[in-house]
Design a protein around this ligand. Sequence first.
Ligand SMILES: C[S@@+](CC[C@H](N)C(=O)[O-])C[C@H]1O[C@@H](n2cnc3c(N)ncnc32)[C@H](O)[C@@H]1O
Length: 268
Amino acid sequence: MHVEKISLNKQDFLYKHKRKDTTFKSSFRTVYNDNFSLKYNTNTCFFRSDLNWKDFVNYLNTKYKNTQKVNIIDFACSTGEEPYSLAMLLDLQLGKDAEKFFPIRAFDIDEDNIDSAKKGIFSIHKTELDFLENNVEDKYKNYFRVLTDNYGVPVWFVSNDNIESKVIFEQSDMLKDMFKIPSNNTVLFCKNVFPYLANGEEYNLVKQISKQLDASSAIVLGCFDISYGIDKLFEKEGFKHTSQYNVMEKLPYHKAVVQNILRTFKIK
Ligand SMILES: C[S@@+](CC[C@H](N)C(=O)[O-])C[C@H]1O[C@@H](n2cnc3c(N)ncnc32)[C@H](O)[C@@H]1O
């Protein structure tokens, strides 16, 4: 399936984006295809600044006020900082009401990322520490043993049971396994991954996600995906932006949604 031209050629887009990327890990890896073109970057960080995390947790709390169980699925979670950020904030902001959101299930295609996430040892950059403190003050200490440098500045976090029990990590390819996720009351993180997919795979994946999820669910995109135009593809499939710009929900009676239902039941 041909994807609409999104303004730049893919490798140019990836290169330009890399130069203004707002993540700060010194340890992220760049993985290349056999022909030396960029396959993906694994960069991420705690409370990456492309989501207003506190408002997002309020949004979840309101949307799922009367729901018993919510499935939070994080595809392309890299080394785990993203699901751990959400787990901390849900726990701190919602207390007992956060239980229905756990465990978060987090996946990445890259075995090394998943091994690293399971080990739970994170190097922390100064800017990332600012992001952490803006969101949870110094309460990250409830979830991580903190190792500091000679000046007392945190440089390594080691996860403890308080957080490890809240996230399950597994290796998985979102192109193959998306059909396994539950349809209702699912919040699907698929942040900052679409531009890395091969031409055509992006739109097929958008369609698959749109078919899979019902109107009780939501998706969370990254700034990288939105500047690549992926939200526009979701709009075509019946999704709309919510008050949280990166978060999209499905319109229950959109033409594309009705067509999907008819296709599923083979009604012409
Ligand atoms: C830039 S990181 C995004 C990390 C995180 N979601 C964030 O926004 O900070 C992109 C990740 O996508 C993963 N990835 C690429 N293709 C994938 C696929 N088909 N299925 C699952 N993960 C994939 C890579 O391994 C990499 O860790």
